[in-house]
Design a protein around this ligand. Structure first.
Ligand SMILES: C[S@@+](CC[C@H](N)C(=O)[O-])C[C@H]1O[C@@H](n2cnc3c(N)ncnc32)[C@H](O)[C@@H]1O
Length: 400
């Protein structure tokens, strides 16, 4: 059964959300956004079914098998394939297409019956009619789906597939405030900063600023609410030179003559002081969907802690896992990246790669010395009613 909701139901959910979300957070969660999110989930599911069929996984899963047995039977490269195959099996189990059987040597998976034939094109068309601004997200998923088989067989790395020069335009379109899927991360993050910015003068350092859409949304928010005068410096940082150049260009074009914008390369996996960030020199560290790819989250959080002055704040806008084995649609894409799949693990706050749950963010931040860790919106109180509400900002403070 498709989980796509009709607009009337999506609008009902939007009204219900608006009655419980903080006023600053609720505007992007319209009926159209909520319906689009269900359409995209269905699109990704249909692409997954195609991969399941063409790679031979569907045939292999006619016999109850563990993930490792399936991977061996279809000839995938185990190191790369384990996380995405696990994700596909969880997604298809959730939809009732695959049955998960708990067994002594770990769960076994079996196809329940005939594989449904579901056309992704129908969903793309429904999305075009609903809101065409989601199109870059569809292009990305479709492009990735085409290369999934070569990735799973170990013939190309995910990084080669995702970041080949001919595909950079795809990322420019995806990490954009014009992309209906992506913009909500930036709006929620900007609202959280506006809500919890420390006292002036504020030195903001953004990590993984990418193509500048997060910074644009934040600067727009602070200017719109009259708070920009409190900012003394906005240090935009990024690891990938192409993104840093494009991000700088985008921001300088959008905000000409804004002299307090500074640009620098920064790798969050390396000691910050060796990269020109003095201890205690920053009052707010901001990052949109970046910290979950830190190689060692504890290391990066401690570096951030050291860069902040007393009373300084960390604000991260992140995709949040609301249930332990939840298969989130965007993981279909990012499971190709080694940094996403395989960070340094920690038994309580980093039990797996990918996105973190609210308790894991809290645990990781507190372990690094932060206090007063809060979520905006408060996902733990929302998740029973809205299990697919998966975007939130986590805010933490370096004690004074
Ligand atoms: C989800 S994107 C952020 C997109 C950005 N907010 C925008 O508007 O374009 C995550 C960013 O983290 C960057 N990144 C990945 N590893 C990093 C590292 N080790 N240090 C700093 N940035 C990193 C990526 O290059 C990417 O630009």
């Amino acid at each position: 059964m498709s989980e796509v909701v009709e607009l009337a139901e999506a609008e009902r959910r939007s009204r219900e959300l608006a009655s419980i979300l903080p006023a600053r957070i609720s505007p992007p969660f319209t009926g159209s956004f909520i319906r689009s999110a269900t359409l995209y989930d269905e699109y990704v599911l249909r692409l997954t079914l195609g991969i399941f069929r063409t790679t031979g996984l569907a045939k292999a899963a006619q016999t109850p098998s563990t993930i490792d047995e399936l991977i061996a039977r279809v000839g995938f490269e185990p190191g790369r394939a384990r996380v995405p195959v696990d994700w596909m099996l969880r997604r298809l189990s959730h939809r009732g297409i695959v049955e998960q059987i708990d067994a002594a040597g770990g769960p076994r998976f079996r196809l329940r019956g005939e594989m449904p034939e579901l056309d992704p094109g129908e969903i793309l068309e429904a999305q075009r009619q609903q809101d065409s601004s989601w199109q870059p997200s569809y292009v990305l998923a479709e492009t990735v789906a085409q290369d999934y088989p070569v990735f799973l067989r170990g013939e190309r790395t995910g990084e080669e597939i995702l970041f080949s020069p001919s595909r950079l335009r795809m990322w420019v379109n995806f990490f954009s405030n014009d992309n209906g899927l992506y913009v909500v991360n930036n709006l929620v993050g900007a609202a959280a900063v506006a809500e919890l910015m420390p006292p002036a003068p504020v030195v903001i350092m953004e990590l993984g600023g990418g193509l500048g859409s997060g910074a644009t949304a934040l600067i727009d928010e602070l200017r719109g609410s009259g708070r920009w005068a409190e900012v003394r410096e906005y240090r935009f940082t990024e690891l990938v030179p192409f993104f840093l150049r494009r991000g700088q260009q985008a921001l300088e074009t959008r905000f000409p003559g804004l002299s307090l914008l500074k640009f620098a390369a920064l790798d969050m996996n390396r000691v910050f002081t060796g990269q020109g960030v003095e201890p205690g020199s920053v009052s707010l560290v901001y990052a949109v969907n970046t910290l979950h790819v830190a190689r060692d989250l504890d290391f990066t959080l401690r570096e951030i802690f050291g860069a902040l002055g007393p009373g300084g704040r960390l604000v991260v806008s992140e995709c949040i896992r609301t249930a332990p084995a939840q298969a989130i649609y965007i993981e279909f894409i990012f499971n190709l990246m080694e940094t996403f799949r395989s960070p340094v693990l920690h038994p309580t706050y980093r039990p797996n790669g990918g996105f973190l749950a609210p308790e894991e963010w809290r645990g990781a931040m507190e372990a690094a010395g932060f206090v007063d860790v809060r979520m905006l919106p408060d996902i733990p109180s929302l998740r029973a009613r809205f299990p697919h509400f998966q975007v939130g900002a986590v805010v933490a403070t370096r004690p004074a």
